[in-house]
Design a protein around this ligand. Structure first.
Ligand SMILES: CC(C)(COP(=O)(O)OP(=O)(O)OC[C@H]1O[C@@H](n2cnc3c(N)ncnc32)[C@H](O)[C@@H]1OP(=O)(O)O)[C@@H](O)C(=O)NCCC(=O)NCCS
Length: 174
């Protein structure tokens, strides 16, 4: 299955909004969260991805079908953050996620970070693999408390660099 990664446009937003629901629904199983009364999930990051100058939304496609999305934030800061990343279930396990991340980080060389939860074992394996494939041994992993949420487990943060720069030698992302 081939995958194309391209910046999502305003015309792609309805598609990305539906993918967002699928993404949040997947994560909600691990977080034990129910949707809101209207059947949706909080979408502040989705809004930021399409409106904030420092963010970039990407759409993953296979032919004319959507295969996933990615949101990047802090594009102009010292450390870019892969903020949200999703591959539709029918396309998983084929290397699409790995190839898509590599394409996105190659577009923005420098220091990168991504956060995920220990409770998401697919993400734990996936991001370690992405870091190793992208940065060899030059990546680090640490647990950081979630700001203003002492009630939830710490996030796992993976840091790596593309095209120069060392992981962890800059300002924290949050
Ligand atoms: C995590 C996710 C992005 C992986 O996408 P994918 O396209 O299936 O991943 P790939 O096929 O590129 O996998 C690359 C490597 O990651 C690891 N991996 C991916 N999914 C895995 C799983 N379910 N279990 C264990 N390892 C996994 C494997 O090492 C895999 O390499 P291999 O197939 O050669 O063993 C996808 O499952 C997803 O969107 N999940 C829901 C949303 C989510 O959790 N996003 C990340 C949290 S921020």
């Amino acid at each position: 299955m081939s995958v194309l990664v391209r910046p999502a446009t305003a015309a792609d937003r309805p598609t990305v909004e539906r993918l967002w629901l699928m993404f949040r629904h997947d994560l909600s199983e691990m977080e034990g969260l129910l949707p809101g009364p209207d059947g949706t999930f909080r979408s502040d990051r989705l809004r930021s991805a399409f409106t904030d100058a420092d963010w970039a939304p990407y759409l993953l496609t296979s032919g004319d079908r959507p295969a996933g999305f990615a949101f990047v934030r802090d594009l102009t800061g010292p450390v870019r953050v892969l903020n949200s990343f999703f591959v539709v279930r029918g396309a998983r396990g084929r290397g699409i996620g790995l190839r898509a991340v590599q394409e996105i980080v190659a577009r923005h060389p420098g220091r990168w970070e991504v956060a995920f939860q220990d409770a998401n074992p697919a993400a734990v394996r996936f991001w370690r693999r992405v870091a190793a494939e992208t940065a060899g041994e030059a990546w680090t992993e640490e647990r950081r408390p979630v700001p203003r949420r002492p009630d939830v487990p710490p996030d796992v943060w993976i840091s790596f660099s593309t095209g120069g720069g060392r992981p962890g030698d800059g300002a924290p992302a949050e």
